[in-house]
Design a protein around this ligand. Structure first.
Ligand code: URA
Ligand code: SF4
Length: 215
């Protein structure tokens, strides 16, 4: 390929990705859902059964963000419906929440990473515009990052969960709290107490946010 042709091809591809970003940034819920359902922007599209967009109240105060769909989610098209999901439902219930009321649940990547490996940074990067659009439309008062992958991705850090939990962070102006992933808690009962503390902290933070700006 001559240098000139390469430049033309490269600029075409960067125009295409700019078009993609512009479309995502302007999409309404229906369009965004449709775009995700046919997305091939990263290699996870090759191995998924279906995309897992997100579920819940599109005007929720609470936004819970996990890592990516597992086997069960890939089959059913809904986040957190396997074992970890049952624990998440219990965690929500413990602070008087449920997945369809005032709560929205989604993931960093919308397609299942094969063998439940962590999503790669490149995959999370390609998927991020969808998450950003979801956040812009929901305008949650508080984001809860579930586990290391979500926390590290959203906060752009390599820090451990242990060091990130217990304090208030921010994601593009929105307060964010970090806690353990429910799948991890299923394996590590010792940290369940800490997760409970995190939930209480989140509930308290939400009360303060709601009191400061009643809707
Ligand atoms: N784990 C996640 O992080 N997300 C899901 O949707 C299910 C399991
Ligand atoms: Fe597209 Fe996200 Fe699925 Fe990758 S993970 S194919 S970016 S929807």
């Amino acid at each position: 390929m001559s240098d000139q042709r390469k430049t033309v091809a490269e600029s075409r591809s960067s125009e295409e990705s700019e078009d993609r970003l512009t479309s995502i940034a302007h999409a309404d819920w229906e369009r965004l859902r449709q775009m995700v359902s046919v997305c091939t922007a990263c290699p996870l599209s090759l191995t998924r059964k279906q995309t897992v967009f997100g579920v819940g109240d599109e005007q929720a105060d609470w936004l819970f963000i996990g890592e990516g769909p597992g086997a069960r989610e890939d089959e059913l098209g809904e986040p957190f419906v396997g074992q970890a999901g049952k624990l998440l439902d219990n965690m929500l219930q413990a602070i008087s929440l449920s997945r369809d009321q005032d709560v929205y649940i989604t993931n960093i990547v919308k397609c299942r990473p094969p063998d439940n490996r962590n999503p790669k940074d490149t995959e999370a990067g390609q998927c991020r515009p969808y998450l950003l659009r979801q956040i812009t439309m929901i305008q949650p008062r508080l984001i809860v990052a579930l586990g290391k992958v979500a926390a590290q991705n959203l906060l752009d850090t390599d820090a451990s969960i242990a060091s990130l939990r217990g304090r208030l962070h921010e994601f593009s102006g929105i307060p964010l709290i970090v806690t353990y992933h429910p799948a991890y808690l299923l394996r590590s009962l010792a940290d369940k107490t800490k997760a409970w503390e995190d939930l209480c902290f989140a509930r308290e933070t939400m009360r303060n946010l709601q009191a400061a700006h009643p809707s």
